[in-house]
Design a protein around this ligand. Structure first.
Ligand SMILES: Nc1ncnc2c1ncn2[C@@H]1O[C@H](COP(=O)(O)OP(=O)(O)OP(=O)(O)O)[C@@H](O)[C@H]1O
Ligand SMILES: [Mg+2]
Length: 414
C-alpha cells in the first residue's frame, strides 16, 4: 500500500507534498510486486520442501529403529543358539575327557604287559573293552576267561556309556554333511546326498555303476556346501585295481574344477589283502589326527573282494565274519568320530531262496547290513540307464530313481 501511495503522489508533480516517500516508477512497482509474490512463493516452496524432508527423515528414523530392533532381536536369538551349541560341545568334550582319563591299566588284573597286548589288538579304550566279548580278550591277551569277564564288567561300570539327550542328538545331526551324486533324482532319493557320520553301502552286479559313483563322490566331496560338497579331502581304498584318475579328471573338468587340485586332494591306496585293508583304516585315523588332513570321505571299492577270496569254504566263515565285524566297526567308528562319510561298494550273489523278483543279495551277511546306515541296490535299467533303490535306511523310505553314466560323470536322465 505504501508503494501505491507513492505512485499516486508522483503524478501530482509536487515534490514537497510527498516528502516521506521515495519516487518509484510503475514498472519498478510491478516488478517489485511481482518479485514480492515470487519471493513469498519461493519461501513457501522452501518451507514445504523442508517440511517434506523432515517428514521423510522422521519416517526413515522410524524404519531404522524398527530394523535395528529386528536386527538386535535376531542377534539375541543367534547368541542363544550359539550358547546352546557351545554348551552341547562343552558337554561332549567333557564326556570325551572323562572317557580318555580312565586308562585301561586301571582295570583289575591288567598289568603293563597285558595292557600292551590289548592295545596292540586295538582294545585301547574303555569303550572297546566294555563292548568286547570274553572270548576275544582270552584269545588276544592270553587272559583266563574269569579275568576277561571281570575286566569287561569293570570297564562297563567305569565308563560313561554316552547317553545323549534328544536335543544333543539333534544338534549332532545338524552337523551332518551331504555329498551330492551329481544327479538331482539320485540326490532326492538320498534326501540330499550321501551323509557324513555313517556308512553308505551300494551293491549291485558288475557294471552297475558302483565304481563310477565312488569316483563322482570323490570329486563332489571337495565342493563347497552350497554346491553339494563337504569341502574335504578323500581317501580312496581300491581293492580291485579299478580306480581311474583319468575318470576323476574328466568329471572335475566337466564341473569347471582344476583337475590337478582335485586329484591332489584324493589319497588313493591299493589294498593288497584283507589285513592290509583293515590296517589302512587305522592309518586314515593317523592322517586325520596327526597330519591334520581334513578327510571327509572314505571310499572302499570294494569291501568284500579280499575277504571273499581269502576265506573260501564253510569252515572259514566264522573267522571271516569276526574279522569283517572288526573292519565294519572300525569304519563306523571313523565315520562317527570324525563326522566323515564312508562309501562302500559291495558285490552280490545269487540267492536261490528268492523265487520272485531280483534274486541278488549283497555279500557279507548281517554284519555288513547292520553297520551300514544306508543300503542302496543299483542295477542296469532300460536304454543304458541305471536304477538305484534304497533298501534299508532309517530316514529314507524304500524307493527308487533312474540316472545315467556319461563321459562327464553321473547325470540325470534328460
Ligand atoms: N567314460 C565313460 N562314459 C560313459 N560311461 C562310462 C564311462 N566309463 C564307464 N562307463 C560306464 O560305467 C560302467 C562301469 O561301471 P562301474 O565300473 O562303476 O561298475 P561297477 O558296478 O563298479 O562294476 P564291478 O562290479 O565290475 O566293479 C560301464 O559299463 C560303462 O557303461
Ligand atoms: Mg567296480
Amino acid at each position: 500500500m505504501k508503494l501505491l501511495k507513492s505512485f499516486t503522489w508522483k503524478k501530482q508533480k509536487s515534490i514537497e507534498e510527498i516528502p516521506k516517500y521515495p519516487k518509484i516508477s510503475c514498472k519498478t512497482l510491478f516488478t517489485f510486486l511481482f518479485y514480492d509474490l515470487k519471493f513469498k512463493k519461493v519461501i513457501f516452496m522452501v518451507e514445504k520442501t523442508i517440511l517434506v524432508e523432515k517428514k521423510k527423515e522422521m519416517k526413515e528414523e522410524i524404519v531404522d529403529k524398527k530394523l535395528l530392533e529386528k536386527a538386535s532381536q535376531k542377534l539375541e536369538e543367534k547368541r542363544d543358539e550359539k550358547v546352546i551349541v557351545l554348551k552341547v560341545e562343552e558337554k561332549v568334550e567333557e564326556k570325551k575327557q572323562l572317557n580318555k582319563e580312565i586308562s585301561i591299566e586301571e582295570l583289575p588284573g591288567v598289568g603293563a604287559a597285558t595292557a600292551e597286548k590289548l592295545r596292540e589288538a586295538g582294545f585301547d579304550s574303555m569303550l572297546s573293552i566294555a563292548v568286547a566279548s570274553p572270548g576275544e580278550l582270552t584269545e588276544i591277551a592270553g587272559l583266563t576267561e574269569a579275568t576277561a569277564r571281570k575286566i569287561i564288567n569293570t570297564a562297563r561300570h567305569k565308563m560313561d556309556m554316552g547317553f545323549v539327550s534328544g536335543n544333543e542328538l539333534l544338534e549332532k545331526r545338524r552337523n551332518i554333511g551331504k555329498i551330492s551324486t551329481s544327479s538331482k533324482a539320485f540326490d532326492a532319493l538320498l534326501m540330499g546326498g550321501i551323509e557324513t557320520n555313517g556308512i553308505t553301502e551300494v551293491y549291485g552286479e558288475f557294471g552297475s555303476s558302483k565304481t563310477q559313483i565312488g569316483h563322482q563322490l570323490a570329486v563332489n566331496a571337495q565342493l563347497p556346501k552350497e554346491q553339494g560338497g563337504v569341502e574335504g579331502m578323500v581317501c580312496y581304498i581300491d581293492s580291485e585295481g579299478t580306480a581311474r584318475p583319468e575318470r576323476i579328471k574328466s568329471m572335475a573338468e566337466s564341473l569347471k574344477l582344476d583337475p590337478i587340485k582335485i586329484l591332489n586332494n584324493i589319497k588313493f591306496i591299493r589294498a593288497f589283502n584283507s589285513d592290509h585293508q583293515m590296517l589302512i583304516i587305522n592309518k586314515i585315523e593317523d592322517l586325520i589326527k596327526n597330519e591334520k588332513l581334513p578327510i571327509k570321505l572314505v571310499v572302499v571299492d570294494s569291501l568284500m573282494s579280499h575277504f571273499r577270496s581269502e576265506y573260501v569254504g564253510r569252515g572259514t566263515l566264522s573267522d571271516r565274519q569276526q574279522k569283517l565285524n572288526k573292519h565294519m566297526h572300525d569304519l563306523l567308528k571313523l565315520a562317527e568320530t570324525y563326522n566323515l562319510a564312508v562309501y562302500l561298494t559291495n558285490q552280490v550273489m545269487a540267492n536261490p531262496a528268492i523265487f520272485f523278483g531280483d534274486p541278488t543279495t549283497p555279500v557279507g551277511g548281517n554284519i555288513v547290513a547292520h553297520a551300514s546306515s544306508v543300503r542302496i541296490y543299483v542295477r542296469k535299467g532300460k536304454k543304458g540307464t541305471r536304477v538305484a533303490r534304497v533298501i534299508d535306511a532309517p530316514h529314507i523310505p524304500d524307493s527308487e530313481c533312474a540316472f545315467r553314466i556319461t563321459e562327464e560323470g553321473i547325470r540325470d536322465i534328460e
